[in-house]
Design a protein around this ligand. Structure first.
Ligand code: SAM
Length: 243
């Protein structure tokens, strides 16, 4: 599965967490829901591993690309593309029918994250797992400051939602505590938190491109360890609906 793809600092840590869950359930054909799954960067490899994946996404263009990608990979029969809104999942997915939900890089762009998390928790079977990736506030503050955008850094640090104001492309950012509270309030038990891209965005391109294997190894080594974890560009939470 993911071994057939190029692992990057964006994907390696998440695949390691997902791999552990798939190994735990080896031999089962899982029902997977990818909310805001876009063009299928995770959905298609999961289908290639034999699982049935439904991608719900608001963008018809993304879903068209997903459908092409699934066909090229020979897994069109295991990938369902559904156009819809993340906070209307209850009308699109049968409650308690899914073994694994992915929600990557979506909570920071939707109108409101609470109904989305509540809906995806409701879609999970008891014992099912959620893989949630969110933008992190601290890295954004440091990134703006390093680029000389001190006003934006100050706004990001103090804004209740972790945005830099008008031109910010994201509607919110998280720290580990805030993201954990969001999932916990929806009845999910957070089992693991990792930082994704602890170093990748800080390095000069020559270093990142010149030593990709060393960078990946270092990202993996630091991902679970505060304070490094909490300085990552994104936070990955792995949570479970109690059985
Ligand atoms: C940044 S992309 C992430 C794609 C994919 N999850 C990934 O990690 O590569 C965000 C995706 O969420 C979708 N999206 C944004 N708002 C949405 C909403 N309210 N409901 C469903 N999908 C949404 C977009 O169309 C886009 O495909």
């Amino acid at each position: 599965m993911e071994q057939t793809r190029t692992l990057t600092p964006r994907t390696a840590v998440i695949w390691a967490v997902l791999r552990a869950e798939l190994d735990r359930r080896a031999g089962e054909r899982l029902s997977v829901l990818d909310v805001g799954g876009g063009t299928g960067g995770f959905a298609v490899p999961l289908a290639e591993a034999g699982h049935r994946v439904t991608v719900v996404d608001a963008s018809p263009d993304a879903l068209a690309a997903l459908t092409r990608r699934a066909a090229e990979a020979g897994v069109a029969d295991r990938v369902r593309a559904t156009q819809g809104d993340a906070d209307a999942l209850t009308g699109l997915v049968e409650p308690a029918s899914v073994d694994l939900v992915l929600c990557h890089s979506v909570l920071e762009v939707v109108d409101a994250p609470e109904p989305v998390i509540t809906a995806l928790a409701g879609a999970l079977r008891p014992g099912g797992a959620a893989s949630v990736l969110v933008a992190a506030r601290a890295a954004a503050v440091l990134g703006r400051a390093i680029n000389g955008q001190l006003d934006a850094a100050a706004a990001l640090a103090t804004d209740p939602h972790g945005t830099a104001g008008g031109r910010d492309t994201l509607r919110r950012r998280y720290d580990a505590e805030g993201a954990t509270a969001l999932l916990t309030a929806a009845g999910l038990a957070v089992e693991e938190i990792h930082g994704v891209r602890v170093l990748a965005d800080l390095l000069p391109a020559a270093v990142a491109d010149g030593q990709p294997a060393a960078l990946l190894e270092l990202e993996r080594a630091l991902a679970a360890k505060p304070p490094y974890r909490d300085l990552a560009a994104q936070l990955h939470l792995f949570a479970r609906r109690p059985a």
